[in-house]
Structures are given as structure tokens and as C-alpha cells.
Design a protein around this ligand. Structure first.
Ligand code: ADP
Length: 265
């Protein structure tokens, strides 16, 4: 079994699953700094984690603890200074931007707080865009079926501006899932939504994991959203400082309060 430095034993426990093909996302000693000299900021300080396929992990921590940087590095949107990232057993491509883009298109889905739909494309066109960009066959019937299942079957030809925020985020999720990526990253996916839409979106994300075996990593500051996950990782000062399996909103909120006290104390 690989020994890791995860303070809570997370990576060690997950490594003991033994079959590396079951590890959807692995970060090994990932470090990332910004700036130089007096302005040097260590955003990630030796992060190790291993997430089995088919799990839903929430990432929480105080502002500035490194959550966004972790997501960016894990999703291949940015490169760590040192350390390695494996998605679905494959190391993140280091062959330049084109190789990285291809890697992301084949293995990764992304859901953003502000949806990031293309305003001039319809719901259906936005949904199948990743397939077109990857030069893959567009199965229109399958895309329509997905959109129908998530309640947007009547809105295939609508533009994003004609939809509510919750509906736009559902389209964004359909778009993230259409390529059947191994890992889906969501950055505050409910941050711009009302409570009811947030619940719908979280249910949809959860279903991608339970129904389709996808692996989901979600940054959130909302303990209620985090409680939809199988486990919560807590970050502070660029390190993983704790893990809470089977989280409840109350337990997550209590842990966050302790982290905030630590940061200010
Ligand atoms: P979080 O998402 O938890 O708020 P971030 O990952 O955004 O944290 O940031 C972690 C640390 O890295 C913070 O101190 C932040 O100021 C710094 N940081 C993030 N991005 C940049 C950047 N592009 N340039 C300089 N510093 C950055």
C-alpha cells in the first residue's frame, strides 16, 4: 500500500482499495504557489488525495484555503508546480495546451457557478457542444433524452437567456455529462441559485454518481449542499486538514466554524 501524507488517513484508506483503475482522481503531493519573493503565496501545500470511482466529494474550507486552486489543478485547467495528478489512472498531460485540452475533453466535465453556457446557442446545441469540439459523433436522440429527463425536453430550442438560473445550471450539467467523463468538477454549482433550484441541481449531480457511476468533486461553502456528498474534505492553508464521511449539514457547519476559529485565532 502506498503511504501518503494525508493527515486524516484519507488517501491511505482509499489506496487500500488496491485496484488503481478504481481510483478516478489521484493527487500526489501537489504544490502550487503564486507570485515571488515577499508576494509568494502557497495555494496548495503538498495535497495528496485519492478518490474512488463513483464517489461524490465536497471540498470546503475558509476563503483563500486553496479550494479553487485544487479544483483547477485537478481538472487540468492549471498545472501544479510539483506533484502529479492522475485522472482515471492517466497522468495529466504535460505536452502543452493542446494535449491538456484533449485530456480534459476526454476525461473531465466541469460545472461552473455562473453556468457558462454560450448565449447564442440553444439548449440542445449547448448540451452537445463538447461532443462537437471533441469531433465525436453527436447522438441527438441521447441528448434529447437526457434533457427530457431533467425537465427541459420542451425547451430544446430556447436560448440560455430564456431560462431561469436553475434551468441554465441543469443544461450545464447535461453538457458536463454528455461526454460521459470519468470525473466531473463543480465549482460552487449552487452559488447563484435559490434554495429550490439548488436542491434540484444537487439531486441531479447526486444522480450522476449513484445512477451512472460518475465521480464528482464539488467545491461549496454551503453545508447543506455539502451534505449531499458521500464525504467532505476540509482545506486550510493549502492542506487537507480533515475529512467527514456521511456528512450532515450540522456536522459540516460545526467543522467549518472550528476551522474559521482556528484561522482567526
Ligand atoms: P479558495 O478557493 O479557497 O478561496 P484559492 O484557491 O482561490 O482559495 O486561493 C488560495 C490562495 O492563493 C489565496 O491566498 C489566493 O489569494 C491565492 N491565489 C489564488 N489565485 C491566485 C492568482 N492567480 N494570483 C495570485 N494569488 C492567487
Amino acid at each position: 500500500m502506498t503511504t501518503t501524507h494525508a493527515p486524516d488517513g484519507t488517501a491511505g484508506r482509499l489506496d487500500s482499495a488496491a485496484d488503481p483503475s478504481r481510483t478516478a482522481l489521484r493527487l500526489t503531493d501537489v504544490r502550487k504557489t503564486y507570485g515571488t519573493g515577499d508576494n509568494l503565496v502557497t495555494a496548495l501545500d503538498g495535497v495528496c488525495l485519492a478518490l474512488p470511482a463513483g464517489t461524490f466529494t465536497a471540498v470546503m474550507g475558509p476563503s483563500g484555503s486553496g479550494k479553487s486552486t485544487l479544483l483547477q489543478c485537478a481538472a487540468g485547467l492549471d498545472l501544479p508546480d510539483t506533484g502529479t495528478v492522475h485522472v482515471d489512472g492517466e497522468p495529466l498531460a504535460h505536452g502543452g495546451e493542446a494535449a491538456l485540452t484533449r485530456f480534459r475533453r476526454e476525461r473531465i466535465g466541469f460545472v461552473f457557478q455562473q453556468f457558462n453556457l454560450l448565449p447564442t446557442l440553444t439548449v440542445l446545441e449547448n448540451t452537445v457542444l463538447p461532443l462537437r469540439l471533441a469531433g465525436r459523433r453527436v447522438d441527438r436522440a441521447a441528448a434529447v433524452a437526457v434533457l427530457t429527463r431533467i425537465g427541459l425536453g420542451e425547451r430544446l430550442d430556447h436560448l440560455p437567456a430564456q431560462l431561469s438560473g436553475g434551468q441554465q445550471q441543469r443544461v450545464a450539467i447535461a453538457r458536463a455529462l454528455v461526454t460521459r467523463p470519468k470525473v466531473v468538477f463543480a465549482d460552487e454549482p449552487t452559488g447563484a441559485l435559490d434554495t429550490r433550484s439548488a436542491r434540484d441541481v444537487l439531486g441531479l449531480l447526486q444522480e450522476a454518481v449513484t445512477g451512472h457511476g460518475q465521480t464528482l468533486v464539488m467545491v461549496t461553502h454551503d453545508p447543506v449542499a455539502a451534505a449531499y456528498a458521500d464525504s467532505v474534505l476540509f482545506l486550510a492553508d493549502g492542506r487537507i486538514v480533515g475529512r467527514l464521511p456521511q456528512p450532515t449539514a450540522d456536522a459540516v457547519a460545526a467543522r467549518m466554524t472550528r476551522l474559521a476559529d482556528r484561522a482567526s485565532g
